[in-house]
Write a protein that binds this ligand. Sequence first.
Ligand code: ATP
Length: 202
Amino acid sequence: MKIGILGGTFDPIHMGHLSIADAAMTQARLDRVLFIPAGHPRLKQSEPQASIEQRLEMVRLATADETRYQVSDIEANRPGPTYSVDTLEELSATLGAGTDLFFILGLDVLGQLDQWKDPERLLGLCRLLVLDRPGEQDFSWPDFYRWVPQAEGRVQVIDAPLVDVSATELRGRAAAGESLAGQTPGAVAVYIGQQSLYQQKS
Ligand code: ATP
């Protein structure tokens, strides 16, 4: 069983996330994609605006129609900052042998690898599926492989149609009272309205 892991803040989930999950699933022939919202994302400047319960609910709503997408609350209740390596370790212990884990991430996140906990160990637990993201032109693959030689042969670049949307932009649109149509699934847009989320600019 090949399982893709898509971690994120999902504050809120949007079409960019769904597009990378879809592209990763097709191109790496994954059986499932597990969406894992982070309780306290470590590499973000500020705490998420929506609670972890609200972010989990938005991910559930966005993925409800695709049976190969699942949502995990494994990082939801972990106190303190979230480290991907701990999550992957826990998942590989629970899922056991016969499961191959593929960590899906954008080039923006890979560019921050020097700030990760134990990248060598992480690469022992999973392969990386890396997606390009608008505005990430200055990433250097030679520098990356010099930094983590263990990554050699364990990285697959995924081509996804560029979806130029970010959670930051969506929060801004919500705060300005603008429509979120086309940027996040309808059910998520409705939920954001019902919960009065993102009323203030971040
Ligand atoms: P924010 O704008 O608040 O920083 P975000 O839109 O980057 O949020 P995250 O939940 O932090 O969303 O992202 C989770 C993962 O999804 C990261 O690996 C990120 O690189 C990737 N990602 C997010 N948006 C896109 C996009 N439009 N295209 C490709 N990858 C994306």
